[in-house]
Every structure is written in structure tokens, then in C-alpha cells.
Design a protein around this ligand. Structure first.
Ligand code: ZN
Length: 309
């Protein structure tokens, strides 16, 4: 029988060292837990074999992309030089304050070399580009340490470099990718077209897609084989506005649709997770003109089996 699917979820990013491997809720939900950075990775890197319901993603989310540098042949950059080259802010003192609070940056290739193992990974994610976000004053988003937003941004060029490296990792190992894309639709598509499209065994999931319908139908659905393209829909992003959500679901070929919460599973309660997934399923049933929520559940489950092996 088809189980619930959460095709894109998380655990909390925290710098506290008690970040032991965690055990996830016992809900009848197959889930793909993304990693965004080295901190949450430590909690999920041993989850893959712990439970057949759990798949594991290895990624560097754009909101954490500044914590990594792309090593060239020479010496690693100093902390200051790295952050000055990838962070942008018109106010120098605000920038300096953030740099002080940030950790030593990590070489992305070292990170991949030490932590990535094909045996413990099912997916590359979360990765992507985000033109809108600003860093919090403590340097990066942490689930247990909230700080006001600063005016500091990470250059899109740097985000793109990190994204390309992670796409390469996906193609080398024929792993599916889960992509975050905010306010830079053509750049994300161009990079996917160049770095992922030629690799026929890499599936692409646009998670909580916020692009326009024109981008979806005129670009993605036109150029990417439908059997390799997935959109995972979340209640809190995609169904914030029910009218635009209806149009989005109607525009999607049924076999491209997935469901997700994007929640941190270590802090979300079971009832909320199921309520979110039920809501998404009922909306998919409604707008895809399916007989029942159960039929939507079966469709999403079948799609998920194709997305991630
Ligand atoms: Zn996410």
C-alpha cells in the first residue's frame, strides 16, 4: 500500500556539539531528509541504513554557500579574504561584524572528499540559488539561535559556483537533485540545462517551486524530459495562495508531482506533518481531477519511487 511521501524535509541546523545522530519520528511516511550544511549533515549522515523509510540528501544550501570556498591551485584564502570576496554589503562595518562571527570557511572539495560517501547518500540536496535572502546577524541560519536579518548578501556568482560543483557530484554518481530556486529562474535553468540535462540518469526536483507558470511550462516542461522532472509541493509555500496553487497543479503532468513539508522533522510534531501532507494530497486530487485523496497518495508514492531509487 502506498505510504505518505515527504520528498523534501530537514533536521535543525545547530552548532551545538550534542548534535548526535537523531532518530526520526515513526510516522508511516517515506521521506528524503536534506542536508544544507556541515552541521545538519552530522545528524543525518548515518540515517540511511537506520530505517527503510528514510532517504538522505547531501547538499550545500545557498543560505550556507558562503561557509565554503572553491579551492583553486594556490593556497586556501584567509578567512577575511574569502568572506570579503563572496559577501556583499554597502555598509562596511556591518560586513565586518558578520565576518567576525562567521567560522573559518571550509574547502568545498575537502568537505565532499571527507564527508560524501555514495553508500550513505540517495540524493544531492538541498542545493540551488537564491537572490532574495540576507544573512542573519549571527552569520547563518540556525534553528536554535535566531538573529535579526542583516543587509549582507552572498553573491550569486559564488552561489552558482557551489551549485555547479554539487551538480557535478550528482552526475558523477547518478544521483537525483533537489533544488531551491528563488528569484533567479533563468540562471537556475541555464545551469541545470548545462550541467544536468545531458546526464540522462540524473532526476531533477524543483522543491517548493515559486517561479512563474511561464517558466514552468515554457522552459522546464519544454526542455526537460518529463520523466526526469519533478516538482515537490509544500503546503506552506505552494498553497499559500490557493488560486495560483490550483493553476500550478493543473499545469503539471501527473507523473511530475511530489509532495513535501520542508519541515525540520526533529522539531515538527507528527500531527502537523500528516496534516500538511494530507492537505497537499487533497489539493492534488482536486486539481488533477483524481477520484480521491487515496489516488493522489498512490500517484505521489509511485512518482517518488521513480525520483529516488
Ligand atoms: Zn528545504
Amino acid at each position: 500500500m502506498a505510504s505518505y511521501v515527504d520528498a523534501h524535509c530537514h533536521v535543525t541546523t545547530s552548532t551545538k556539539t550534542n548534535a548526535n545522530p537523531i532518530s526520526l519520528s515513526d510516522l508511516p511516511v517515506v521521506r528524503c531528509v536534506m542536508s544544507n550544511n556541515s552541521y545538519d549533515w552530522q545528524k543525518i549522515k548515518n540515517l540511511k541504513d537506520s530505517d527503510p523509510r528514510t532517504k538522505v540528501g547531501f547538499g550545500v544550501h545557498p543560505w550556507y554557500s558562503h561557509l565554503y570556498y572553491i579551492a583553486d591551485q594556490g593556497h586556501p584564502p584567509s578567512k577575511d579574504a574569502h568572506y570579503r570576496s563572496v559577501l556583499q554589503c554597502s555598509d562596511t562595518s556591518e560586513l565586518e561584524q558578520i565576518i567576525c562571527r562567521l567560522p573559518e570557511p571550509v574547502s568545498l572539495s575537502d568537505y565532499i572528499h571527507t564527508e560524501f560517501e555514495i553508500a550513505s547518500c540517495d540524493c544531492i540536496g538541498e542545493i540551488g540559488l537564491d537572490k532574495l535572502f540576507r544573512l542573519p546577524e549571527n552569520g547563518f541560519y540556525q534553528g536554535d539561535d535566531h538573529a535579526p536579518l542583516s543587509r549582507v548578501k552572498v553573491s550569486v556568482e559564488h552561489q552558482a559556483q557551489i551549485f555547479i560543483q554539487m551538480c557535478r557530484l550528482a552526475t558523477i554518481h547518478s544521483l537525483p537533485v533537489s533544488i531551491h530556486s528563488v528569484k533567479c529562474p533563468s540562471l537556475v535553468f541555464d545551469l541545470c540545462q548545462e550541467h544536468l540535462l545531458p546526464h540522462s540518469n540524473v532526476n531533477v526536483c524543483l522543491h517548493s517551486f515559486t517561479g512563474s507558470l511561464e517558466t514552468l511550462t515554457g522552459v522546464w516542461l519544454k526542455k526537460f524530459p518529463h520523466e526526469r522532472l519533478f516538482l515537490s509541493l509544500s503546503s506552506y509555500i505552494n498553497f499559500k495562495n490557493l488560486d495560483s496553487a490550483a493553476k500550478l497543479v493543473q499545469a503539471l503532468p501527473p507523473h511530475c508531482i511530489l509532495a513535501e513539508t520542508d519541515f525540520t522533522w526533529d522539531t515538527a510534531d507528527d500531527d502537523t506533518i500528516i496534516r500538511e501532507l494530507d492537505f497537499v494530497l487533497s489539493q492534488i486530487a482536486l486539481h488533477q481531477k483524481l477520484q480521491s485523496k487515496q489516488e493522489a497518495k498512490e500517484l505521489i508514492y509511485t512518482n517518488y519511487q521513480r525520483f529516488i531509487l
